[in-house]
Structures are given as structure tokens and as C-alpha cells.
Design a protein around this ligand. Structure first.
Ligand code: SIN
Length: 310
């Protein structure tokens, strides 16, 4: 019997009319387009996964080194390396179809409003895609990503343009590198977003004691991992209070207990990122641990806890 159908514990969740078999979703950038991780386990057990941030044109990403380890986390400055939207539609999605049958989250990046909209127009036609996740929060590229996510007006403009061309629910992935994340969340909700994903990484850096220069070629990068969990949780809490649309919570989630904590703060589903890089089985283990944690906490239907902490 599959886990989500055990009679005592219902771990299914709902997002904008979609029912996911569980709330665990590998985060964009930590799961590629599914091919590497399918070697490890049956990825069809996931609630969904968010594929690598994809732009209109292929990108090689930033110079190396572009990752650095930190206490309780890591920095990345990948720079949106991806094969471009056409290769994803023509090559990656058909390959994925053989092993993954859940609604997919399409993470879309861009460098102009037109580029975001052009990508959305192409990806919305793909039947495998359940949700489009607009990444307006990548801290590692100049003139894109965070340039749109840092200002409520810019965030609203790109949301509005994409909403006009999509036929799938449009979620907007927010940056924590702002003074007031609730203001950005309210602006994209007013512009038509169907849901929100948060948080992306926190801008940080390391200095190499030998060279006395930055460790990352791009100088700064995004901090992720357990270190950011309390910050992410606080932001999910604030955004839940400020808006009425569903939230996918993420940021340092590494256990079934973290998933439930995120849901109590207001997340309807939860993405897991860096934990996959430490242990490729992380999401599988979290899904399998959920019924046991629910039993300990006296929860029978997981989706009933969404926002329960408020
Ligand atoms: C990257 O490719 O630089 C990471 C993506 C992101 O942080 O949005």
C-alpha cells in the first residue's frame, strides 16, 4: 500500500486545485530535470519537483568556483545554468515522462518582462506542468532575478505580464533579500499570482584566508541549508498573515518535523533543497517519516495543520 493511502494518516495536500500525494517537493536547482536523482529511487513518490530555473536562452552560468561550504549550510552562485526553454520542452520533459507522473513545477527565470512572459507562454502548453514558478529572486545574475523581486512594483509588473499568457497556476518565488517580504507578496497577489514560493537564498559571501579574496568567483552567492530555516519560517509566517493565496514554504527544510513546522507557519506544501545535496535520499526519507511524526503529534490529516500555528 502506498504511503499516502495508509488509512490512519492522510499526507495528501492541495495547491490551487491540484492534489499532491504528499507535500514534499525537491526545490529548483537541487534536482536538475530529474534524471540524476531517478538513479537513486523511484522519484514518482514525490509530491512534485521544481525543475532547474530555466530561461529563454541556454546559459553556461557563472565562473567557477561557484559553491562554498558554510557551517550549517552552503553558498551557491550558479548563475542560472540551464539548456534553455526549447531544450527543456523538447528533450527534458519527454525524458521525464517515463519516470515521473506527478504535476511538475516549472521554475522560470528571466532578464526582462518579455523574456519571462515568452518562457511562460511556451511552458504553459506542456501537459506535465502543473504549476509555473516565476523565479524573481535569483541573487546570482545581474539584471535579472532579484532585480525584479526586490521592488513590489517590478514584481507586480512581471507577474501581471506572465499571468496574461499562462493557463496554469502561477506561483511567484520570493526573495528574502528585502526589507519587507510581505509588501512584495501583497503586490504579486494583487497582480494576479495564484500562489507564492518562499524563500530563495540569502545573499552571503566567504573570504579565502590564503588568497585573502572572495571564495566565489562571483564574490557573493546565496546561502541555503539548515542555517536559514528559522528565517524562512519567519517569512512564511509573515506572508501567510499578509496574503490569502497558497504558499510553498522552503529554506533549510531537512526533516519531516521541519515540514510540519513549515505547514504550521502557513505553507500548504514544502520544498526541500540543500538536504538533497547532502543525502540524495533526503526527500524519500522525509516522505517515509511523515506518518510516524504525524502519529507522535496526533495529526491524522496533514493538510489540516496548514496555518495552524497562527
Ligand atoms: C542560480 O542558478 O544561481 C540559483 C538559482 C536561484 O537562486 O534562484
Amino acid at each position: 500500500m502506498s504511503l499516502h493511502k495508509t488509512p490512519d494518516f492522510d499526507i495528501t495536500v492541495k495547491l490551487s486545485g491540484l492534489t499532491l500525494q504528499n507535500p514534499v517537493i525537491p526545490a529548483s536547482g537541487c534536482f536538475g530535470y530529474g534524471q540524476e536523482l531517478r538513479e537513486f529511487y523511484d522519484i514518482d513518490m514525490l509530491g512534485s519537483f521544481s525543475f532547474k530555473g530555466t530561461t529563454l536562452h541556454p546559459r553556461f552560468g557563472n565562473e567557477l568556483p561557484r559553491v562554498a561550504e558554510c557551517a550549517a549550510g552552503m553558498l551557491n552562485s550558479v548563475g542560472l545554468q540551464n539548456p534553455g526553454i526549447d531544450a527543456v520542452v523538447e528533450r527534458e520533459l519527454p525524458r521525464l515522462r517515463a519516470v515521473f507522473h506527478q504535476p511538475l513545477i516549472a521554475n522560470i527565470g528571466g532578464f526582462s518582462v518579455e523574456e519571462y512572459a515568452a518562457c511562460c507562454e511556451k511552458i504553459t502548453q506542456c501537459e506535465q506542468v502543473g504549476i509555473i514558478e516565476l523565479n524573481i529572486s535569483c541573487p546570482n545574475v545581474h539584471g535579472g532575478g532579484l532585480a525584479f523581486g526586490a521592488e513590489p512594483d517590478c514584481a507586480a509588473r512581471v507577474t501581471e505580464a506572465c499571468k496574461r499568457v499562462v493557463t496554469k497556476p502561477l506561483y511567484v518565488k520570493l526573495s528574502p533579500n528585502v526589507t519587507d517580504i510581505a509588501a512584495v507578496a501583497r503586490a504579486v497577489e494583487a497582480a494576479g499570482a495564484d500562489g507564492l514560493s518562499l524563500i530563495n537564498t540569502l545573499l552571503g559571501m566567504r573570504v579565502d584566508l590564503k588568497t585573502r579574496g572572495p571564495v566565489l568567483a562571483n564574490v557573493m552567492g546565496g546561502l541555503s541549508g539548515p542555517a536559514v530555516f528559522p528565517v524562512a519560517l519567519r517569512m512564511v509566517w509573515q506572508v501567510y498573515e499578509a496574503t490569502k493565496i497558497p504558499i510553498i514554504g522552503m529554506g533549510g527544510v531537512s526533516s519531516a518535523r521541519d515540514v510540519i513546522e513549515m505547514m504550521l507557519a502557513g505553507a500548504s506544501a514544502v520544498q526541500v533543497g540543500t538536504a538533497n545535496l547532502i543525502d540524495p535520499y533526503a526527500c524519500k526519507k522525509i516522505i517515509e517519516a511523515l506518518p510516524l511524526e504525524m502519529e507522535k503529534l496526533g495529526i491524522t490529516k496533514l493538510r489540516d495543520v496548514v496555518g495552524g500555528g497562527h
